[in-house]
Design a protein around this ligand. Sequence first.
Ligand SMILES: [Fe+2]
Length: 387
Amino acid sequence: MTVEPIPSEQELRTLVGLVDHDTGADPFPVIGWDALVWIVGNATQAAHFLRSAFGMRQVAYSGPETGNRDHRAFVLRAGAARFVVAGAVDPASPLAAHHREHGDGIADIALEVPDVDRCVRTARARGATVLTEPRDETDEFGTVRVAALAAYGDTRHTLIDRSRYDGPYRPGFVARTGGPIGAPVFLAVDHVVGNVELGRMDRWAGFYRDVMGFTDLAEFIGDDIATEYSALMSKVVANGNHRVKFPLNEPAPGRKRSQIDEFLEFYRGPGVQHVALATADIIGAVDVLRAQGIEFLDTPAAYYRDPALRARIGHVRVPVAELERRGILVDRDEDGYLLQIFTRPLGDRPTVFFELIERHGSLGFGKGNFRALFEAIEREQEARGNL
Ligand SMILES: [Fe+2]
């Protein structure tokens, strides 16, 4: 069994655009992602899917066999990323109610912090809703300190200090390992995107800025691009070292119904729209995933034929023909370029999906692709005399 190594800090600089940050003066220091906790209709099969298609390995488990009669939960790793997939066993479980309302989705974006109490004090003073007060959870591997804050919709942020803990995940879970069934395809979580209601994007960007001390990243899709090209508006906030990046979308009145409106309808409110998985080899990853039956969004041939594409992207590490064959998109900014592709929705509802991203210096999120895709399609329309 091959286990991919956990990327070093140096490797994370390239993979996800990590930067230096002094946490000394930070009232809400965040080390990074702790886990993305999914509530799904069938955790047993979701865990298998993530191992077989996305090359994750299982490290821990909680369920009836370990004394948890409420639900089953599987902890999976790929590089620095940790996912937990949980599904109700008891029909009275709160997980069953969550799943009935939202379908498969991410209920908790858990963040690792060095000082839970300090974070909660700061958050409360700045108006955040504290869902779980700081408390210790202990087992034979040590103690974690945890609390939870409310985020958009029914999404929460568990805050966890695991500096005094040496177990496989956290108390309540036992080590239960299982290798990847498919080849590993990603090494870290790059960003997690939230969809919120019309007019709420600024409020939630403000929450991350004011409550959690995040800063705005430059990439911003405002009215100008929004209404004409994408039918969404977007802002990005990040923690001090840029390990945690939250783009936030809201619907914009476009020419047709916004994809964000569709998400809000089917998720029954705000929630996580997509998780970007960082890879050092997007070509290999897409080939493996397609062979394993994962479907990606189509990219029109016009996107690659567009003479403006080459002028926009300059030199990239693979020939454009290789990108076109796989439908991989390219974007460039002043710092470099990125390669990206989006899967179709992962579950039955048209809600959460994955992105694969390979960064080469760019710290962006693919904003140029909104306009490029739109313009490429319009050029084809024009060629047909239909514009
Ligand atoms: Fe993204």
